[in-house]
Structure formats: structure tokens, C-alpha cells
Write a protein of this length. Structure first.
Length: 155
């Protein structure tokens, strides 16, 4: 794992990790990000979208930040500036605070954040989907047995 290699190398040279931020994500080439999400599903579409409804927790400048379930991560995107031409944003993934101990950086590290990369505009599109009920696990009256199969988002 690249993160552990980097952290171990810092420790081997007597250094301390005071901030750890790691973002990853399967994003399409810019010329292929040609839909409202600016994303191509490389795994389960349901899982990708439902993950955005999970709560998230991370540490920033020594303070624990908790984002609520139901889309809190969508309201707290991070501007990713290391490749400005790509216009990327990041979203916190679940509980990043657990990784301070896993990575052996708990004592000195004041920022611990693991997240997912997407193109700017992704959260606006997903928020619109959520607003009209497309991410709801509840049965929709639009899909009833009188006019078609009884379906839910969960299926």
C-alpha cells in the first residue's frame, strides 16, 4: 500500500506525519465525462450513489468533523487543486479517523482524511437525483402493480 510506504519512509528518516489526506477515484478521461454526473460507473451504480448517503468522519486541524448520513458529504466537497486542469473535487469516505491508528500517525497527525475524487458538478447532479427521490430506499407510488412492477431503489 503506497500510503504505508510513504508514512514508513517518513518515520524511518525520523520525521513525523502531521497531515494525511488521500483521495482516489475511478474518473473518466475528461473528454469522456459527457453526462450530467461527469462520471462513468466502473462498479455498482447503486453502491456508488448509496455511498454518498453514508455518514463521514475525519479530522481537520485537530478537530473531528462529522458529516451526517443522508447526503452530508455532498454539502462538504473539497476543492482538489493538485491538477487544476481537471477541475476535481473530493468527498470524505466514511470514518477516516480510524486510519490514524492503522497508519501509526495518531499522536502527531492533526489532519486525517480519506476521500473519493469526482469532477466538479457531480454533487449538484446527485443532489438533484436525491431531491426528486431517485436515491430513496422507500417504495415509490410511481411503481405500483396497477401500472407496472412493484419496484424500489433498493432492488
Amino acid at each position: 500500500m503506497l500510503a504505508m510506504e510513504c508514512i514508513d519512509r517518513v518515520h524511518e528518516h525520523g520525521g513525523k506525519v502531521i497531515s494525511f489526506e488521500s483521495f482516489c477515484g475511478g474518473i473518466p478521461a475528461p473528454e469522456c465525462s459527457d453526462n450530467p454526473l461527469r462520471y462513468k460507473f466502473s462498479w455498482s451504480p447503486k453502491a456508488v450513489l448509496q455511498a454518498l448517503l453514508n455518514p463521514a468522519k475525519f479530522m481537520k486541524d485537530g478537530k473531528v468533523i462529522e458529516l451526517p448520513a443522508g447526503g452530508g458529504v455532498l454539502d462538504s466537497e473539497f476543492q482538489i487543486d493538485f491538477m487544476p486542469g481537471f477541475n476535481l473535487v473530493g468527498f470524505a469516505n466514511r470514518d477516516s479517523t480510524l486510519y490514524a491508528d492503522v497508519y501509526g500517525i495518531a499522536g502527531d497527525c492533526k489532519t486525517v482524511l480519506r476521500g473519493t475524487l469526482r469532477y466538479k458538478g457531480f454533487s449538484s447532479a446527485v443532489k438533484a437525483m436525491k431531491k426528486v427521490g431517485l436515491l430513496s430506499a422507500e417504495k415509490s407510488p410511481l411503481f405500483n402493480s396497477a401500472i407496472g412492477p412493484d419496484l424500489t431503489w433498493v432492488r
